[in-house]
Ligand binder design. Structure first.
Ligand code: UFG
Length: 328
């Protein structure tokens, strides 16, 4: 059985779906602080916080866990700047609790959710995994510290791990059963689509004076189902005896904020009011992955390499989510 912490969250829930589809048995552990019970697709569910050592050990005692995927974490960059203590407690101590429980129960295989936030301001584009790591926020630092802890656990205790550095996860399950559901929403694509739906008066563009072709920030948007697939491949790779390692997950192509808004206009056929605002502190101009290593070593091949089909899945999900709320 595979333990998925944070399996009620956005990326975790999509990965659970892919794991089940690949024939794995899955148990989800999530405290539902930001995840949603409705997104949990397995019958095996433990509601617990990763800071709760006793609950973690009880889960290992109860289920025959052979590997772990660790998504449970706090994920907001600005929030981590304002309240670093909470980020170190949940993302760092929570992970240590999990690793110690794994050690106690002899489980040594883990796939970890890392982030492009470990790089800080890029010195070159696209960004390869050996790019210097200078995170600019406590959030990014917690991710980098866990990567280093995993390296130590591998050396000392024989753990094998894959750390996956996500670029900008976006889109939703094309079947519409699960999807991106953050409260509050902070990510560009759902924000733009909420404006298309009339749930927001406008989209604010954070900065129009970057040194990019149209002056707005450029990001590498990777579909959440492609991300989820990469987790299944990483697990298979480790279970087949693959060497521990770190992999970027992005499509290797960037889109500007204005390009994203334009694609959203096309997909929705609706007006999207826009306001131009100042830069958001801490935002790099461009973040684009070099995903060659994941492609070569894990055999990963993203399906969504264009923005339009990705936005279509996000739009379908948002329509579903909002009709659900207007009915209830
Ligand atoms: N943006 C806007 N207006 C908005 C929201 C976003 O213009 O209302 C812009 C941002 O400035 C950025 C782009 O849209 O250029 C994407 O912004 P997101 O907030 O969607 O995503 P980020 O690139 O800021 O964040 C992502 C992940 C984080 C990770 C970070 C690494 O969501 O988990 O990359 O820097 F830490």
């Amino acid at each position: 059985m595979i333990l998925v912490t944070g399996g009620a969250g956005y990326i975790g829930s999509h990965t659970v779906k892919e794991l089940l589809r690949a024939g794995y048995e899955v148990v989800v552990l999530d405290d539902l602080s930001s995840g949603h019970r409705e997104l949990v697709l397995t019958e095996h569910f433990v509601q617990a916080d990763v800071r709760d050592r006793k609950a973690l050990r009880a889960a290992f005692r109860r289920y025959p866990i052979r590997a772990v995927m660790h998504f449970a974490a706090l994920t907001s960059v600005p929030e981590s700047v304002a309240d670093p203590g909470r980020y170190y407690e949940v993302n760092l101590l929570g992970t240590l609790n999990l690793l110690e429980a794994m050690r106690e129960f002899g489980v040594k295989t883990i796939v970890f959710s890392s982030s492009a936030a470990v790089y800080g301001d890029p010195q070159k584009i696209p960004i390869p995994e050996d790019h210097p790591t200078r995170p600019k926020s406590p959030y990014g630092r917690t991710k980098l510290m866990v990567e280093e802890i995993l390296c130590d656990y591998a050396r000392a205790y024989g753990f094998s791990y894959v750390s996956l550095r996500y670029f900008n996860a976006a889109g939703s399950d094309p079947a519409g059963r699960i999807g991106e559901w953050h409260e509050p929403e902070r990510h560009l694509i759902p924000i733009v689509l909420e404006a298309a739906l009339g749930k927001r008066p406008y989209v604010e563009i954070f900065g129009t004076d970057y040194e990019t072709p149209d002056g707005t920030g450029v990001r590498d948007y990777i579909h959440v189902v492609d991300l989820a697939q990469a987790h299944v491949l990483a697990l298979r790779y480790l279970e087949a005896g693959g060497k521990s390692g770190i992999y970027n997950l992005g499509i290797g192509r960037g889109y500007s904020v204005r390009e994203v808004i334009e694609v959203c206009r096309k997909v929705t056929g609706r007006e999207i009011p826009v306001r131009e605002g100042p830069r958001r502190p801490g935002d790099p101009a461009v973040l684009v992955a070099d995903p060659t290593r994941a492609q070569e070593e894990l055999g990963w091949k993203p399906v969504y390499t264009a923005l339009e089909p990705l936005v279509e899945t996000a739009w379908r999900w948002l329509l579903r989510l909002s009709s659900r709320f207007s009915q209830s």
